[in-house]
Design a protein around this ligand. Structure first.
Ligand code: TRP
Length: 353
């Protein structure tokens, strides 16, 4: 069986280090292993419209931003097909057929949908399209016969729902669709990077993000203002590293060699943590170190982004070519689906079974 990756992001803003740690970094690693036959990276504009129906301009602008963020992180258009979801209308048709295989109560039980409905104050009036987006996500994944879906942990319920749809479809219409597996980052600190304010999630609406495109001074300012351990008032006080976002970021991004380079009085992160817990290590010192770490990690990304910003026509060509090629692949799966469902009327000689 071919090894195929499909994943994507909603274009509702520039991507931030939470996206990077939780999924983008993993995608680039997987891409560069050379172990995958096909890689599809999708800008999920149709999904973004499910809760931005009145702001198509917002979605439109952010397609460019997300494409730039992808290229900046090292997604290589020679190895991966980057495409725009709505440019592959086959996905909508698949969604329509899958809708018959899912109950309303099943979608209502989806924990991600539940929390997003709350977050958006949709309780009283949920747009039908928004409600159905887990089903459309199953269409995205299965259209490309993806075997691996590298996403953040919050997408686990979507993958569960997708697998159920695959099973249901295959049991009703015969073996047709491929079951995907979620790929989560192996480093648990990357699973859910907190915001700089210490809130559980980095999110544009909370204003607690470090963006991949942030300038060095902005990154520094954000890091120096980060929430730490509120009980660590004096340098001599013992501090907590659990739930302390400064240490979570270090867990996610620090490489051993950064100590020799920026903080040679410590051998490694464990030593630094021990000192903090014991007392006698100030937040400012740890933040300055984290700033060095983040600047080192983000500089090449920002530079590559600026390079691609100078080549926007090429970026559009990449998206256009990617969308055309993605459409061909999705059309083949759709043909198989229509055949399995016995609605490929004009493919056979007549309408008899
Ligand atoms: N839901 C994803 C997000 O919020 C985007 C997405 C849409 C996606 N379809 C997908 C991710 C299919 C993985 C697979 O960013």
């Amino acid at each position: 069986m071919k090894k195929i990756i499909l994943t994507g992001d909603r274009p509702t803003g520039r991507l931030h280090v939470g996206h990077y740690a939780g999924s983008l970094k993993e995608r680039v690693l997987l891409q560069n292993t050379g172990n995958y036959d096909e890689i599809y990276i999708m800008i999920a504009d149709a999904q973004a419209l499910t809760d931005n129906a009145e702001h198509p301009e917002r979605v439109r602008q952010n397609i460019k931003e997300v494409a730039l963020d992808y290229l900046a992180c090292g997604i290589d258009p020679e190895k991966a097909t980057i495409f725009i979801q709505s440019m592959v209308p086959e996905l909508t048709e698949l969604t329509f057929y899958y809708m018959n295989l899912v109950t309303v109560s099943r979608v209502q039980r989806n924990p991600t949908v539940k929390s997003e409905i709350k977050q958006r104050n949709f309780e009283a009036s949920i747009p039908v399209g928004f409600f159905c987006y887990p089903i459309s996500q199953a269409a995205d994944i299965t259209a490309f016969r993806a075997t691996a879906v590298p996403v953040g942990e919050d997408q686990l319920p979507m993958l569960e729902q997708c697998k159920e749809i695959v099973h249901k479809f295959n049991s009703v219409y015969g073996e047709t669709l491929t079951e995907p597996e979620i790929v989560l980052p192996s480093n648990s600190a990357c699973l859910r990077l907190p915001g700089i304010d210490g809130k559980a999630k980095m999110s544009k609406s909370l204003g607690n993000c470090i963006y991949l495109s942030d300038e060095p001074e902005v990154i520094q300012e954000k890091i120096m203002s980060m929430f730490t351990d509120p009980t660590h008032l004096k340098v001599s006080d013992p501090g907590h590293v659990e739930g302390n976002p400064v240490f979570t970021y270090l867990d996610a991004f620090c490489k051993p060699e950064y100590f020799a380079e920026f903080l040679p009085e410590y051998q490694n992160l464990d030593e630094l943590k021990e000192h903090y817990q014991r007392g006698g290590l100030g937040d400012m010192k740890v933040k300055r170190f984290l700033n060095h770490v983040m600047q080192t990690e983000l500089a090449p990304i920002r530079e590559r982004r600026q390079m691609w910003e100078q080549r926007l026509p090429e970026v559009y060509d990449i998206l256009k070519a990617g969308s055309m090629s993605a459409r061909e692949t999705a059309a083949k799966t759709l043909a198989d689906v229509r055949h399995a469902m016995q609605i490929d009327y004009f493919e056979s000689k007549n309408l008899e079974m």
